[in-house]
Design a protein around this ligand. Sequence first.
Ligand code: F6R
Length: 363
Amino acid sequence: EKGGYKHFMAKEIAEQPAVLGDALRHYLGETGQITLPGGGIDFTGVSRLTMVACGTAYLACMTAKYWIEQLAGLPVDVDIASEFRYREPPIPEGTLAVFVSQSGETADTLAALRYCTGRAQRIVSVVNVAESSIARESDLALPILAGAEIGVASTKAFTCQLAVLALVALEAARQRGTLDAATLAAHVQDLRSMPGRLNAAMATEATVAETARRLAEAEDVLFLGRGTMYPLALEGALKLKEISYIHAEGYASGELKHGPIALVDKTVPVIVMAPHDRLFDKTVSNMQEVMARGGKVLLITDAKGAAEAGEGVWQTLVLPEAPELFAPILYALPAQLLAYHTAVAKGTDVDQPRNLAKSVTVE
Ligand code: F6R
């Protein structure tokens, strides 16, 4: 069943270019026209989104917030389901509520969905298990089509969630007229190029595995990122702690000097996720602050970023270039591979990490 891989997680990481391609073809066909099931989402009268999920699915929502706000000009609130459900926030008129869950059975996410039923204008879910409770109780369920995910740490579900949420953002932009047809088509084309880029990025695996052997000696690791790389930094830290049991924290790069920089010394690897985008220079200056305090920086970037990063970086991992908007889909891969190979180096139970369940159906 593991198809020759040592762990389900390894198989599921490697499957991503294929399943992502399938998911995109499902929604875009050959023409590149976005087709959502069940009549799709009508954004008429929608004035805001509230997105609710747990864990990695929550981080997919955080990433989508950047897309939906930037592309469609709709404000987005993102919440952790366990907080949302007991906070019982007001749901203003015109709220589209979106619930993201791989299993579709996460108790807190389901409870949050039930809270929104009758309050939100419409309930949309983004699920992997099509016949799940969350799918059944939504007005519209969008399948992510990742196929069965067995490894406890979510990998291919995350990239497929991102792809479907990117399509929701583009569809909102189309209906609201916030993007002209040519720009919209260019973004769709960019999104369709992501499976190929992910495939090319798989070539970094041997290098990542080497870095991971060194990372396995660390007790604490920091992940930094700006913009859409901020949720990716959180995802990198979550993956690492969950399967390698190394203490890891993700921060927005700009928050570094507001506290976490106090942790930095030569024993703390700092993983900086920074494609060469419009925020690159800002992140480089944060990186230099880390290096000035003896921190060991692992920079994950593209060729341009590597060329401009300057001296003193401990290690650089060079990924293929990616369209700025959809870079998070690509940068999920090194985050997953680093966690995976660190766990393998430490000899932990990758597919069944201690204390964790694949589906959290109780609070
Ligand atoms: C992390 C992970 C968990 C899940 C979370 C939500 O790798 O797997 O954080 O993402 O438990 O699960 P679903 O998506 O099934 O609601």
